[in-house]
Design a protein around this ligand. Structure first.
Ligand code: ZN
Length: 101
């Protein structure tokens, strides 16, 4: 009998636990490239963040993002990830408003 499963992840910035679908995942793929993973399905070393730019900034400022991904992130990588993160937030909002409330 399969109980409904909720997979929780912890935000690397504020340590809040949430359903993994609520969090934004950043992944470092086998090619070593880091990306925001909107599907949550990309393989590789991942880190989860609240859908909040404040948590992205906190993770960067507290130097938690790169170790979580076991990656080296330069300024330009952080800039690119920030843009991808913001785009993911826009998509989240669009999804939420589509479902109404
Ligand atoms: Zn957070």
């Amino acid at each position: 009998m399969a109980a409904p499963r909720t997979i929780t992840r912890t935000c690397i910035a504020c340590r809040r636990e949430a359903d993994k679908r609520e969090l934004v995942r950043i992944v470092r793929g086998s090619d070593g490239e880091t990306h925001v993973d909107p599907t949550g399905k990309a393989s590789g070393r991942g880190a989860s963040l609240c859908p909040d730019l404040a948590c992205f900034e906190a993770a960067v400022n507290r130097k938690r993002l790169a170790p979580a991904l076991r990656a080296t992130l330069g300024e330009e990588d952080v800039e690119r990830l920030r843009r991808e993160f913001e785009a993911a937030l826009e998509n989240n909002r669009a999804t939420i408003s589509r479902h109404g409330r």
